[in-house]
Design a protein around this ligand. Structure first.
Ligand SMILES: [Zn+2]
Length: 154
């Protein structure tokens, strides 16, 4: 986890998000069967599940393989550095809880053989280039929940 950045973030206090509109999922064992993903994330590891039957890596993490329906899955690390495959910038129309963050960048990141979408911090749209390296960034909410982003490191 050498190249992982952690940041505590605050969300705007002037809105109370209804559960269904809360972008950040409930992460504990009571609420999700992939709570291991968030436990790993807290330790600086971006992980997902891989099917032991058909050998496919799955994103997002699953409890059943959508390709062969096996539930024999294992956790694998995706690494902490990816490559920017595509990106855009949200200027208007950000979802509730993110309005004050706009403008911000969102990218498709190639990492661990998968393509995943995530926010890309630390850069404006004009500063980013397809193919450049981005590093894992983990944000922690005030209630202890965590989520992944990436940041420009090139
Ligand atoms: Zn499978």
């Amino acid at each position: 986890m050498g190249n992982v950045e952690f940041e505590k973030i605050k969300r705007p206090e002037n809105i109370k998000l209804p559960y269904m509109l809360d972008f950040y999922p409930l992460e504990d064992e009571k609420n999700t069967q992939v709570s291991q993903f968030f436990t790993n994330l807290k330790k600086g590891r971006l992980t997902t599940t891989k099917c032991k039957e058909c050998n496919k890596s799955l994103w997002p993490p699953r409890i059943v393989c959508p390709h062969c329906l096996s539930d024999k899955l294992e956790w694998i690390d995706l690494g902490t550095e990816g490559e920017l495959y595509a990106f855009t910038e949200t200027r208007l129309g950000a979802p509730l809880g993110f309005v004050e963050d706009a403008p911000f960048c969102i990218g498709m990141i190639r990492i661990g053989g998968l393509l995943i979408s995530a926010r890309v911090d630390g850069a404006k749209y004009d500063d980013l280039q397809i193919g450049e390296k981005v590093g894992l960034k983990i944000v922690e909410l005030e209630d202890g929940r965590v989520f992944y982003r990436f940041r420009k490191i090139g």
